[in-house]
Design a protein around this ligand. Structure first.
Ligand SMILES: [Zn+2]
Length: 228
């Protein structure tokens, strides 16, 4: 038995054992008052895979949510892959961010806000270039017309489609894997045809992208991550 947990015995509980994992990765087992510890240990043991999975997910979310430090070696995401940053200040050269040979080179003074701004502008530019191309591709394929495309600084929404078919995408989307970006694009374009999220909407999506549920799960899992 190598899992540490806190045990809560309760006289009110009838039969079932339950297990909870807090945000700080603490495991709490609630058990009926009269339960032998052997049985509780066996219960926890059986849940081991599930516990590992949850803790892994929590760790990943914490790492991705950590406030960016903008220091050399830190990973920044682009099209689903993490690339290391080299940061320095060379005043005789133009300041700014360059992505070259799988690395980010940031020439900027010691100021978090300035560094963050350079990244934001870079991501926004890349997002616009890539996403507008894909929007054209899918609009053509699906015979639908979008009024325009905007890249926003939204932290919570990956994309949206307004009542008059203006599409908006968060700059963060360009950090996601290609197939996930495509899914968000198809999703928003499909809202030109069907504004609701009723069953018929998901059917239309499925016709274009049979595996869309995997991408939806990805987006849920990484919601509010990839922040700058
Ligand atoms: Zn939607």
């Amino acid at each position: 038995m190598n899992i540490n947990y806190t045990l809560k015995r309760s006289r009110k509980r009838r039969k079932t054992l339950s297990l909870q994992i807090s945000r700080a990765a603490e495991i709490v087992v609630s058990a009926p008052y009269f339960t032998p510890v052997r049985e509780i240990n066996r219960f926890v043991q059986e849940k081991q895979n599930w516990i590992d999975k949850i803790i892994q997910k929590q760790t990943r979310a914490r790492l991705l949510n950590e406030k960016r430090k903008y220091i050399s070696g830190e990973l920044f995401y682009y099209l689903g892959e993490g690339f290391p940053l080299e940061v320095f200040f060379e005043p005789s050269e133009r300041t700014g961010l360059i992505f070259w040979n799988k690395r980010f080179y940031l020439n900027a003074p010691e100021d978090r806000e300035i560094k963050k701004r350079f990244f934001f502008l870079w991501y926004k530019q890349k997002a616009f270039e890539y996403i507008s191309g894909r929007v054209d591709f899918y609009c053509h394929k699906l015979k639908l017309t979008a009024r325009g495309i905007r890249i926003t600084s939204a932290r919570k929404r990956w994309g949206s489609c307004s009542a008059d078919n203006d599409l908006a995408f968060s700059f963060r989307l360009i950090m996601a894997p290609l197939e996930v970006i495509d899914y968000v694009i198809v999703h928003e374009i499909m809202h030109i045809k069907e504004k609701s999220h009723a069953a018929r909407f998901w059917k239309l999506i499925e016709e274009v992208m049979p595996e869309y549920k995997t991408h939806r799960r990805w987006l849920k899992e990484y919601d509010e991550t990839f922040l700058l």
